[in-house]
Design a protein. Structure first.
Length: 277
């Protein structure tokens, strides 16, 4: 027998109003109402059906698309409990999945998440949802996702060394020399480094005395002096105040000069330690 869906207060009032002594018919009708109301507590919906609802604060449903309980709060649907962290293969550049806040995916095969223009990820990186979304590409829902990079991917300090011949040093005003090649989907952050040279016979001369390390002379992260008169081994200078656009995704970092370099004849070895960000 189908009962009537009622609130807790209504069911309580009905119980108080039951006849005394209670009849079988009245008891069965009341129990039917309790069962019907209980079954109505958690309704089942697909994500599409859920999004078509006019929900109220605290409403609970079972989402048959994501296979979990969800509740409505502060204008969004949230999971009653988080999904287990799910493995994701990014070798084929998959789109982001439909997700709620807190959903997590662990990268098992490196690649790009969010389509071909998405975020580059490595094995062990954690991709997590910060805003409920229906899934899609980086352009459509990328701001709803963040990546926690593992120690083995973007958080690892790397080293690069280049030996500049005297001819290359003299040409730095017009021909920069790459020290860190561009990395797809990442920008290069110089952390520290050094320069050393075995003096030959002539001093270099350049305006300001220094050459620069960065994506351009005007967008540099560090510099080092090249006007020396003997053997030299010194650290490079990392700028304490960042310069705008000194880190650009998909862009190499090079050694360059803002003006012409003249006179010198000594090779210079430059080493940097950097992060891929």
């Amino acid at each position: 027998m189908a009962g009537t869906i009622k609130t807790k207060a209504q069911l309580y009032a009905d119980a108080v109003a039951l006849p005394n002594p209670i009849t079988r018919t009245a008891l069965v009708a009341h129990l039917d109402n309790i069962v019907a109301s209980y079954e109505n507590i958690i309704q089942e919906y697909t994500t599409v059906q859920r999004d078509a609802l006019t929900p109220f604060e605290g409403q609970k449903i079972y989402n048959t698309t994501s296979n979990r309980l969800e509740y409505y709060s502060a204008s969004m649907w949230l999971p009653c409990s988080q999904k287990e962290t799910v493995a994701v293969d990014c070798s084929a550049n998959p789109s982001y999945p439909e997700a709620l806040v807190g959903d997590q995916y662990i990268v098992t095969v490196a690649g790009i998440i969010g389509g071909g223009s998405g975020k580059t990820v490595s094995v062990g990186d954690l991709v997590y949802c910060v805003a409920a979304n229906a899934g899609g590409t980086e352009a459509s829902v990328g701001t709803s996702w963040k990546v926690c990079y593992s120690t083995g991917s973007q958080a690892q300090l790397k080293k690069a060394t280049v030996t500049l011949s005297a001819a290359q040093v003299l040409a730095l005003g017009t021909t920069p020399v790459t020290i860190v090649a561009a990395v797809a989907g990442k920008a290069i952050q110089i952390v520290s480094g050094s320069m050393q040279s075995t003096y030959v016979s002539a001093d270099y001369s350049v305006t300001g005395g220094s050459v620069f390390i960065g994506v351009a002379p005007s967008a540099r992260q560090a510099d080092f002096d090249i006007e020396f008169s003997g053997n030299v081994y010194r650290p490079i200078r990392i700028y304490p105040t960042p310069i705008d656009n000194s880190m650009i995704v998909n862009t190499a970092v090079a050694i360059s000069a803002a003006t012409a370099v003249t006179l010198g004849d000594s090779p210079i070895v430059v080493t940097v330690f950097y992060l891929e960000v």
